[in-house]
Design a protein around this ligand. Structure first.
Ligand code: NAD
Length: 463
């Protein structure tokens, strides 16, 4: 059994035998909290090889923050209210801690959201996530099914007069309870509903993929700028603690220089009648739906942008699901630092959502990496005669609550979101290059971008 000192030293990249000072411990705790992590478990350490064991420019996000008109909720959350209440210490510092006491905002100060589209994601993930939010509340619904909407409104306490049909969507303009619109519609509808939502004076949180084309993405960015509204793409992985910890390890070179990342996100999807198999509504097949997680997460953990892509596409002939959209895409990306990545996505194989970062002196494995919960992070590095594999225990956080609260914070404090429209546009440009490469049968070069995190806003606060 390893001592707490061992893990503190591991996280702080210090020799395992160094005595841990109070300052080290505090640094460990704050880093752990920032990624939601408290412990790491040694799961394999045996005399066998591991294989046998189990800022932007004016058009980019960091530009000057726009002024907000008076319809927004109070732009200041008193600092005192944001501080956790300190409780008397019960457990020894060497025991598992409870973390800070929650700091929820009172209902009347939270950002009010209108949810557009009452499908799987809204009903099973987003609406329940409001229960874990500290700064966000649901105040309005937009749906094509009045019966379903009535039921959902009753379940979540949404006023009858705040329920809208798609035809009445623009009437959200007059609803002062609504500051933000969360668009959870088929991909091909994101652009239209973003533009109309911004024109109605609301901030927009839009599901991924941002839209069906780079041109649509640009229209969405322009419309939100023109209306002086914020636009964020709901890349939940960039707000969740496991993937944030991977990014921290990569960017602090915990295992030396990264050489390669191998990522996969696929699932066996059914029902050829679903919009996901309709090109106009989905934009594409597995690539923009699930493959995008590989692309966006790799860009996120590296903080770099690819300079070249090579793609291959295959769809099973005569499968009714793949008349309009692709089944499977495999692609390679080259990055300025020399990292090469290999990704695969499919609608035709059993669920697999994982990636592995291969670096000089160790590897980082996320398996699974992209589901809503149950993510698992392992690392490996040599310790004398063995490869030591560690499973890092990190408490799950609700991805949607974390992401919505970040957007609410941006609205309340007038900040640029961490994943603004420009982040979604960049993914769209890269996906278009992957399709182009597969079509032409040759690599496609992309604009060289040397700035780190070129399309992201300021770091989210640790929540
Ligand atoms: P879904 O099919 O379950 O829901 C879509 C909703 O849109 C339904 O309520 C449907 O009635 C409504 N709709 C309105 N007009 C429609 C039309 N013309 N055709 C079809 N449906 C129409 O889909 P979902 O899985 O909830 O996905 C919605 C969005 O959320 C997509 O953009 C998807 O990529 C995204 N998504 C994100 C995540 C994530 O983890 N961030 C997960 C799943 C889905």
């Amino acid at each position: 059994m390893k001592s707490i000192d061992h893990f503190v030293n591991l996280l702080l990249d210090q020799p395992a035998t160094k005595p841990v000072s109070r300052q080290d411990f505090l640094q460990f705790t704050s880093r752990s909290l920032a990624v939601g992590a408290i412990g790491s478990t040694l799961i394999a350490c045996e005399k066998k090889p591991e294989t046998t064991t189990s800022t932007p420019t004016a058009s980019t996000p960091g530009g000057a923050a726009p002024k907000l008109p008076a319809t927004s909720p109070p732009a200041t959350v008193p600092a005192e209210q944001q501080k956790p209440i300190e409780l008397e210490q019960i457990k020894a510092k060497t025991e598992q801690q409870e973390g800070d006491t929650p700091t929820p905002m009172p209902e009347d100060q939270r950002v009010g959201y209108a949810l557009v589209g009452l499908g799987h994601l809204t009903l099973n993930q987003i609406l329940p996530a409001f229960g874990a939010c500290k700064k966000s509340k649901v105040v309005a619904l937009v749906s094509g099914s009045p019966e379903k909407m009535q039921k959902v409104a009753a379940q979540y306490g949404v006023k009858k007069e705040s329920c809208y049909s798609y035809a009445d969507y623009d009437k959200l303009k007059d609803n002062k309870d609504v500051q933000a619109i969360y668009i959870v519609l088929p991909n091909g509808m994101h652009a239209e509903y973003t533009v109309r939502g911004a024109q109605a004076g609301k901030h927009i949180l839009c599901e991924k993929p941002m839209a069906n084309s780079a041109a649509e993405c640009q229209t969405m960015i322009d419309a939100c700028k023109k209306a002086d509204r914020k636009l964020m793409i709901a890349y939940r992985i960039q707000y969740e603690p496991h993937n944030r910890m991977v990014r921290d390890m990569v960017q602090t070179a915990k295992f030396g220089k990264v050489k390669s990342i191998i990522a996969n996100n696929g699932q066996n999807s059914d029902n050829p009648k679903h919009w996901r198999f309709n090109k106009a509504l989905a934009g594409g097949g597995s690539l923009p739906d699930v493959g995008l997680y590989c692309l966006n997460t790799i860009r996120y953990v590296l903080g770099e942008e690819p300079t070249e892509v090579m793609g291959y596409i295959h769809s099973t002939p005569d499968d009714p699901r793949f008349k309009e959209v692709e089944e499977q895409v495999n692609w390679i990306m080259k990055f300025p630092s020399g990292v090469q990545t290999s990704c695969a996505t499919s609608y035709g194989h059993h669920d697999d959502k994982s990636y592995r970062v291969l670096a000089d002196t160790g590897w980082i494995k996320m398996d699974p990496a992209f589901p809503y919960k149950g993510l698992k992070l392992e690392t490996s590095q040599a310790q004398g005669e063995v490869n030591q594999i560690i499973e890092h225990s990190i408490s799950d956080k609700d991805h949607f609550a974390t992401e919505m609260d970040h957007f609410s914070e941006c609205i309340l404090d007038n900040k640029i979101p961490f994943t603004p429209g420009e982040e979604g546009l960049q993914d769209q440009k890269i996906m278009e290059a992957i399709y182009q490469s597969a079509k032409d049968g040759k690599p496609v070069k992309l604009e060289t971008i040397t700035k780190k995190d070129a399309f992201r806003g300021p770091e989210p606060k640790a929540s």
